[in-house]
Design a protein. Structure first.
Length: 221
């Protein structure tokens, strides 16, 4: 099982986004959080910025939509140049239809769950999604502490992915750092969003490498 590291530019310097994207060239994707101050109590960036980032990023963009009316807006982010678009199950009226529409645009379709949202409604629909994102903090702000109670959800999801044979990626976002990534990987995640852990490091590339190694260890054991 491959390990993927997706640094979150929410922790980057917004006045120097192109520079800070260049700093994560050894990562697999750049994680871009889009927030609308309605679905979550924060406001970040939107379509024009994502469109421009897609033109200059050395790695593909993994766009995480924390917005209302995902059915309306998610395809716009696919058209803007994202390689992967994740929308929240809690914000979509027709998640399977939306995922299929995203795939028709040629991008990976992901679905996200807040920490308290159950994963069970998705388990029979895994073939419809390229990735399931389990939020391990409440969405809206970076730098929060990891919620340990999300680990059983990851275990159930990993078992379902294994049994289904779909190859659906399991992503975790929230509190991912050197002291948590090993047990998150052990619980079943294979794709890791890390913001402050990466951009707060003195050597960004070295931190990406360290996180990758720590995540690979329990998977290869």
């Amino acid at each position: 099982m491959a390990v993927r590291i997706h640094p979150s530019i929410l922790s980057a310097d917004f006045a120097n986004l192109e520079r800070d994207l260049g700093a994560i060239a050894t990562a697999d994707y750049a994680h871009v959080d889009v927030m609308d101050q309605h679905f979550v109590p924060n406001l970040t960036l939107g379509l024009p910025v994502v469109r421009r980032l897609a033109q200059v990023s050395p790695v593909p963009l993994d766009v995480h939509l924390m917005i209302e009316d995902a059915d309306r807006w998610a395809p716009e982010y696919a058209a803007a140049g994202a390689a992967s678009v994740t929308f929240h199950a809690e914000a979509a009226q027709a998640p399977v239809r939306l995922a299929r529409e995203l795939r028709e645009h040629g991008v990976r379709a992901g679905i996200a769950l807040r920490p308290a949202s159950p994963v069970e409604p998705l388990l029979d629909l895994l073939a419809e999604f390229d990735m399931v994102l389990v939020m391990t903090v409440e969405p809206g702000f970076g730098g929060q502490s990891f919620i340990e109670g999300t680990l059983p959800k990851l275990r159930r999801l990993r078992q379902a992915v294994r049994e289904s044979g779909t190859g659906t990626w399991i992503q975790v976002d929230g509190g991912v750092a050197r002291d948590t990534i090993g047990r998150i990987a052990r619980a079943g995640a294979d794709t890791f969003v890390a913001g402050s852990a990466v951009y707060g490091a003195a050597d960004v590339a070295a931190e990406i490498a360290a996180l990758r190694e720590l995540a690979e260890a329990p998977i290869q054991a």
